[in-house]
Design a protein around this ligand. Sequence first.
Ligand code: WT7
Length: 634
Amino acid sequence: MERTVTSKPLTGDVFYPPPEIESQANVPEYETLYRRSLEDPQVFWAERAAELEWFQPWEEVLDDTEAPFFRWFVGGKTNIAYNCLERHVKTWRRNKLALIWEGEPGDTRSFSYHALDREVAKFANVLKSMGVKKGDIVSIYLPRIPEQVIAMLACARIGAAHSVVYGGFSVEALAERIEDAQSRVLVTADGGWLRGKIVELKQIADEAMARQPTIESCIVVRRTGQEIYMEAGRDYWWDDLMGLPIASPVCPSEPMDAEDLLFILYTSGTTGRPKGVVHTHGGYMVYTYTTLKYVFDLKEEDRYWCAADPGWITGHSYIVYAPLLNGATSFMYEGAPNYPYPNRWWRMIEKYGISILYTAPTAIRGLMRFGDAWPNRHDLSSLRLLGTVGEPINPEAWKWYYSVIGKERCPIMDTWWQTETGGFMITPLPITPLKPGSATRPFFGVEVDVVDDQGKPVPAGDEGYLVIKRPWPAMLRTIYRDPERYKNQYWSKFGHMYQTGDSARKDEDGYIWVIGRMDDVIKVSGYRLGTAEIESALVSHPAVAEAAAIGLPHELKGNAIHAYAVLRAGVEPSDRLAEELRNHVGHEIGPIAKPENITFVDGLPKTRSGKIMRRLLKARALGQPEGDISTLEE
Ligand code: WT7
């Protein structure tokens, strides 16, 4: 039978949902519900919000009088951590598993909702005893271990905000985030396991704390057991604190205003230092809860695995908050996908009976490289739905994921969103006919378009700027301590439309095909990095006078960083120096930011106003036409 989305058949390579998925989907239909969600978004979101608990109801769903500073659920009081834990502990879910965890060495831990609630309450009391108050920002720099989830929820519970720094970041990246947030408390670990080796988190944290002395107390989780430096009066072991009488398991959630700060997450932008994206309790809660429920079609019996890192927005929204808001059972894994062998993931899917797997194209490509024999050795029949995020997925990887992992039974949710959007924006539902490489259609209440320089919609099939045409509950509220930058970055080009920074095409069926970043953001293995950060790390080395970084296509990583360096007078270029500079970037920002290679040059192409023409460097590296070079200085 021919199935259609609109009245006409879809064009291109289309994969229809299997009947057993379609017949039991949480959302049975898209078109009508989508239309209704746009006709009256406030009613749509109020209905969703009512599924969660509020200490005091909101007076107004959306206040747009100070656009682009939007406020959602105005006057409402709630607490996202309350909705994640205490709300379930009152019900039969008390004894349901909230979190199952496996460490890279193979050790395991699991927490029921009751057990997780206790740990969070205890750690919340520990934070209080360290003087952390409502409105403070706690920095968290941990490996992928349960304490990461516990620490984040403990902050939210007492009304403190968290600033999680990805455990793969290094000294300068951590130091500047601590500085911007003015954190007094840092939570870290004696190390984490990755590919059988220890990541020296505490050592990096010590160096960062030396650069930014705002930290008064550092709480250290014992993960590896290795000997580390502990500074008396500043550093405390997590276990010791959790054993003290102050760590009582009773700590009711603080009632928070819907618009109170929940967290800051730093992300790379077009220029300068990373920006602190601000998310709040109310709208973020309603939106992440709803998107996960509808898109990954959560059922009580699911075993859901989002294989991202909690240090990125994917982990904040879809490892920590949304699954717990939905009362789901999540799985979390500490280490590398191919350690000790390339079947690690497939073995865990079989062992834990994972039903939903959400990962990134780069991981899929990386595992695909080892061949079909590794997954084929395992029983993956528990899988029901698959997901991908972070960058456009190439149809080849999509098809491998679909056939070899999903056995052509599991629809793939290609979710397009950003740190700034808080949750899925363009995404299929399990009932959506899929086209490999397209994130398909906007989520409910979300209106997107592809426009030209003037903000006019471009014809179907043409490339243009991807914009979002109305506010949504989980949108960022501002850039921390920099409202001007918020306005400039997201709302200056098209006024009332949110500028995503991505380019895209819309096909004749209304499907969106995201092409990639149009700004100086590089997506390396799905990780977001700014050319400015890499360049400033390079010039912080005494040998370098000037530097430029660009992203070039890479088979596994999507994009790889290529850097150009102008050396200071008297410094001789050499392979050894190039290696030293790569390591320097790794030490300052993190291993993911290490340039693939560094080319020594005498000068960089610049505009007459002195801006580096990265576009030109990229065109030259790819042997493409140089385009308009009229602004190039002599
Ligand atoms: C950028 C945002 C949101 C979770 C992780 C990334 C790219 C993200 C997709 C997708 C094509 C995608 C965009 C976006 N991106 N998902 N499904 N298809 N591109 O968050 O680090 O803030 O990066 O990632 O370029 O702007 P982020």
